[in-house]
Design a protein around this ligand. Structure first.
Ligand code: SAH
Ligand code: SF4
Length: 359
């Protein structure tokens, strides 16, 4: 049987004029060569796009007025546009981005005391079909291009007035399965970490996967790569099969083997995300099995109380149970944290703001 994630997702149809937003240096060289300009201009455009985060050709004052006019004609400069935002009491803001073809994805800006974390989408919808996830219910529409991924970062940093050297963490925990769109995610990673541009630290970028083992293996082969988080979410194959269809292709044993073989840097750990669904995945037995799974490689555990959304059929765990599981895992010597879904009061669970836009 072929499964939705075995097929590559559709890509954005090419625009009549190329969009410079999201081009790497090579592509920019091609663009300026077509205008009879030297490669030096490409480097200036690269800096304007990714270091200065400029959004209109008029801002590129390092270029001649004449070149700016020709670029205006020959190339688009279009970052994803924020069409809806919802601020939360906890200080985070969930943004809905409209893409060139009208699709909407979401990103979240989360300020903390010492850093800002941006949560990014990697696809429109998702092919993985996890039954508890609002994005999973949408199905897959298409992959995001590298420029649309970088564009979420550029647009959020601009919207929130960040300076170029503010400490920023990125997590691929919005819509989509990043390992189902690994080429574009890695192209975005290269742009995001380029010292001539946004210059974000690779160590501060985390890719979260539902457990696409073929993708974990491909990621492992990259020398420069983001950190890895795995959405474990269940501790027996029977339950994981039920809530995450990907488990029927790669079960817990296959996942464990892939994670044990994943080459880690000194001090690097794999994050295990664990969504707590009341009466499904939140028993104390689950806690003990989770601890045993996590002990097999360098890891830290992140418990995520289920964020309810309309029609999901699941409930969040009790506060008492969250506390019991925290204590159980800590007693086993694991590093454990609880992720309260930021923005819960205004925008709800993963994927919901974009779904509201679609309706
Ligand atoms: N597709 C990737 C990354 C995006 S989902 C993945 O699944 O890892 C990011 C995280 O949100 C995952 O850990 C997922 O299990 C979790 N999640 C999805 N829907 C949720 C909900 N309604 N409440 C709490 N966590 C949820
Ligand atoms: Fe896709 Fe992740 Fe949602 Fe599963 S939890 S459907 S992999 S976005």
């Amino acid at each position: 049987m072929t499964r939705a994630w075995d097929q590559p997702a559709p890509e954005l149809a090419p625009a009549p004029v190329p969009n410079a937003a999201g081009m790497g240096l090579e592509a920019l060289r091609g663009l300026v060569a077509g205008l009879g300009e030297s490669g030096f201009r490409a480097a200036q455009i690269f800096e304007g796009l990714y270091r200065h985060r400029w959004t209109r050709w008029e801002q590129f004052t390092s270029l001649s007025r004449d070149l700016r006019a020709r670029l205006q004609e020959r190339a688009g400069l279009s970052w994803p546009e924020i069409v809806d935002s919802a601020g939360s009491d906890d200080g985070s803001t969930k943004h809905a981005f409209r893409l060139e073809d009208g699709h909407v994805v979401e990103g979240v800006h989360m300020p903390y005391r010492d850093r800002t974390t941006l949560c990014l989408s990697s696809q429109v919808g998702c092919a993985m079909g996890c039954t508890f996830c609002a994005t999973g219910l949408m199905g897959i529409k298409r992959n995001l291009g590298a420029g649309e991924i970088v564009g979420q970062v550029v647009t959020m940093l601009n919207a929130h007035g960040h300076a170029g050297n503010d400490p920023v963490n990125l997590v691929f925990m919005g819509m989509g399965e990043p390992l189902h769109n690994l080429d574009q995610v890695m192209a975005a990673f290269a742009l995001l970490t380029d010292p001539r541009g946004l210059a974000l630290s690779p160590r501060r970028i985390t890719l979260s996967t539902s457990g696409l083992v073929s993708g974990i293996q491909r990621l492992a082969a990259h020398a420069r790569r983001p950190r890895l988080a795995l959405s474990l979410n269940a501790t027996t194959d029977a339950y994981r099969d039920r809530i995450m269809p990907v488990n029927r292709a790669w079960n817990l044993a296959a996942l464990r083997d892939a994670l044990k073989a994943f080459p880690l840097e000194h001090g690097e750990r794999i994050t295990l995300e664990y969504v707590l669904l009341q009466g499904v995945t939140d028993s104390l037995e689950d806690g003990r099995r989770l601890a045993a799974f996590a002990a097999q490689f360098p890891s830290k555990v992140n418990l995520i109380p289920f964020n309810p959304h309309e029609g999901s059929g699941f409930e969040p765990p009790s506060e008492q149970r969250i506390g019991e599981l925290m204590a159980l895992l800590a007693a086993k010597g694991l590093t454990v944290s609880v992720r309260r879904s930021r923005g819960q009061d205004v925008a709800g669970a993963c994927g919901q703001l974009a779904r509201r836009q679609q309706r």
